[in-house]
Design a protein around this ligand. Structure first.
Ligand SMILES: Cc1cc2nc3c(=O)[nH]c(=O)nc-3n(C[C@H](O)[C@H](O)[C@H](O)COP(=O)(O)O)c2cc1C
Length: 313
């Protein structure tokens, strides 16, 4: 008997992904060659490390710890600045085009005008989508309170970027708010084509009990990985009840069943970050195959067969 494999393709803002798994920003997305490697390993789209207006060194080491149930990081948005990033994106586009894997350019800034300027400049390199990182929790001391923490600021950034580019824009939200639905509605109203949720949780702290000191040089950092998955799933579920734009569900996904859970919460695509840090880019092929196997075992032929079913009563 001939069995057909499930159709994993998905459209995100009119951009076709071969499967719903997206490399989350900040993990391996620092060079064109690494982005290509992740795509060859099975990612359906890849996101660059967030890039700002000017080069930034980030925080002193140690910046990332695996504390047992996930990661805590205070990398501090190191990046080469938008002028160098434009070159990286141009090369990455050439390498990714034959693979049919879209490129998402992640940007950040410390002012609304700065976001617009970076978006305009990065658009010249023609990534497929732009992701607006307004939600990094560990740079407040240098860059100010994250824009994702209130609806008015989040909408102002979204509207400014909307006016600065014709490319589809994804706004990346923070779980560190009391009402993520209000923020999601605000950015949708300001012109977001999609929402990514969630960025890291916290900040948190891990103390070395022998030395009695916080391990991260920054003392605090954003928490990610399996420990935050239930929070990410709840955020995605709530956002999907409130907006009509697609949602990229991110947070703690490390196997096919985790991806299924995000899709059942209503996500259109599924970001993977910390699992890549732990398991290398090969995790994409494994999660993709596990997702396909799970679908076959349950008689599903496409992702839309079960997307959002957790909302059904
Ligand atoms: C080491 C590290 C660096 C990160 N850097 C960025 C970044 O530059 N921009 C961003 O939007 N998110 C960044 N993130 C957040 C991830 O993209 C993701 O939203 C978060 O880690 C939750 O997903 P996960 O549990 O699969 O890692 C970073 C996460 C980690 C662990």
């Amino acid at each position: 008997m001939r069995t057909t494999s499930p159709d994993l393709r998905v459209d995100l803002c009119r951009v076709r992904l071969p499967n719903p798994l997206v490399l989350a920003s900040g993990i391996l997305g620092t060079s064109a060659q690494l982005l290509e490697r992740v795509a060859r390993c099975g990612a359906g789209a890849v996101t660059t490390k967030s890039c700002g207006p000017v080069p930034r060194t980030g925080h002193p080491n140690p910046t990332v710890i695996d504390w047992g149930h996930g990661l805590i990081n205070a990398v501090g948005l190191p990046n080469p600045g938008v002028e160098a990033e434009v070159e990286i994106i141009a090369v990455a586009r050439e390498l990714l085009a034959p693979l049919g894997v879209p490129l998402i350019a992640s940007i950040f800034a410390d002012t609304v005008a700065g976001f617009a300027a970076v978006a305009e400049r990065i658009s010249a390199a023609r990534p497929d989508l732009i992701e607006i990182n307004i939600s990094c929790p560990n740079v407040a001391a240098e860059l100010g309170r994250p824009f994702a923490l209130d609806a008015v600021s989040a909408a102002q950034v979204t509207a400014a970027v909307r006016a600065a580019t014709e490319l589809p824009i994804i706004v990346k939200l923070s779980p560190n708010v009391t009402d993520i639905v209000a923020i999601a509605r605000a950015v949708e109203g300001a012109g977001a084509d999609a929402i990514a949720a969630i960025n890291t949780l916290g900040p948190g702290m891990v103390i070395d009990v022998e030395s009695g000191r916080p391990i991260l040089a920054n003392r605090v950092g954003g928490v990610s990985g399996p420990a935050i998955r239930p929070i990410a799933v709840r955020c995605v579920y709530d956002i999907c009840t409130a907006v009509n734009v697609p949602v990229v569900g991110i947070g703690g996904v490390s196997c096919g069943r985790d991806a299924v859970e995000m899709l059942m919460a209503g996500a259109t695509a599924v970001g993977v970050g910390s699992a890549v840090y732990r398991g290398g880019p090969e995790v994409f092929g494994r999660i993709r195959d596990e997702l396909a196997e799970w679908m076959s075992a349950h008689g599903y032929t496409s992702l839309s067969d079960f997307r959002g079913i957790a909302h059904e009563r």
